[in-house]
Design a protein around this ligand. Structure first.
Ligand SMILES: NC(=O)c1ccc[n+]([C@@H]2O[C@H](COP(=O)([O-])OP(=O)(O)OC[C@H]3O[C@@H](n4cnc5c(N)ncnc54)[C@H](OP(=O)(O)O)[C@@H]3O)[C@@H](O)[C@H]2O)c1
Length: 241
């Protein structure tokens, strides 16, 4: 195991849900945290919540689907906190419905955020990781990126793409001492799950994964000895009901 204390992490989609839980978990571990998000007020709120921890923080507004916005935001992060050791590509959206009911705009918006968003942030962060011959890239995918289900064609296609991107980049980067990995949860109780009716309202929330559980997994993966890593962690609730 290795310590991650004193490192700097950039989290996308850090304004709520899994990103917010990750921000708290990193700060508890003594990791400096950069919060990137679409809605400025959300990332600023999370930054305020982190003031109880003895770590440096910065929040930046950027839509990950916009390469120029991402470039500028990543530069602001580097100006404030220095080198980025850990990148967690967490920002993601879903559009669900039967194939013929999803519009071309639905498909494009999901693709632009879930796939091109990851592309833009990695483009902005990776060159310096290669220069330093060190770095961690964690892509939050989904079990929808491992198997398709009815009503999830656009989302599922985008998350399958995340796996292809992750595995190819992993193979290129491991010889640069950069670990690239995917985390693939099934349902996690967040606003995303409620907004997309992933629950039928009768379930016991306590039996499903929580954002904090995901954050625990990411932290424990990053603490693994640097000579190895888990390429994809598929996460299931033990006894959902
Ligand atoms: N919840 C689940 O059941 C589940 C299961 C498997 C995988 N996942 C994946 O886990 C990740 C996080 O999900 P979550 O449940 O925490 O979702 P969430 O509660 O909807 O939070 C998503 C975060 O991403 C941000 N975001 C969305 N589009 C963005 C963009 N274009 N640019 C920058 N930030 C953007 C949102 O910003 P705002 O602050 O503006 O809302 C929000 O803070 C996603 O990739 C999702 O696909 C979730």
């Amino acid at each position: 195991m290795q310590s991650i204390t004193g490192k700097t992490a950039l989290i996308t989609g850090a304004g709520r849900g899994i990103g917010r839980a990750l921000a708290h978990a990193f700060a508890r571990e003594g990791v400096h945290v950069a919060l990137m998000g679409r809605t400025r007020a959300n990332v600023e709120n999370v930054e305020n919540e982190l003031s109880e921890f003895d770590v440096k923080t910065v929040s930046v507004q950027a839509d990950v689907s916009d390469g120029e916005e991402v470039k500028e935001a990543v530069q602001s992060v580097k100006d404030a906190l220095g080198e980025i050791d850990i990148l967690v590509n967490n920002a993601g959206i879903g559009k669900f419905g039967r194939f013929l009911d999803l519009s071309e705009d639905d498909w494009r918006s999901v693709w632009d955020v879930n796939v091109m968003g990851i592309y833009h942030v990695i483009q902005a962060v990776l060159p310096e990781m290669i220069e330093r011959q060190a770095g961690e890239i964690v892509n939050i995918s989904s079990t929808s990126g491992l198997r398709g289900t009815e009503g999830s064609s656009a989302y599922s296609a985008s998350k399958f793409a995340v796996h292809g991107l992750t595995e190819s980049l992993m193979r290129e980067m491991r010889r640069e001492n950069i670990r690239v990995q995917a985390i693939s949860p099934s349902k996690v109780i967040t606003d995303f799950a409620s907004e997309h009716n992933l629950s039928d309202g009768t379930e016991d929330r306590e039996h499903f994964m929580q954002a904090e559980d995901l954050a625990d997994v990411v932290i424990s993966q990053l603490k693994l000895h640097p000579r190895m890593f888990v390429k994809n962690a598929e996460l299931w609730a033990t006894n959902p009901k």
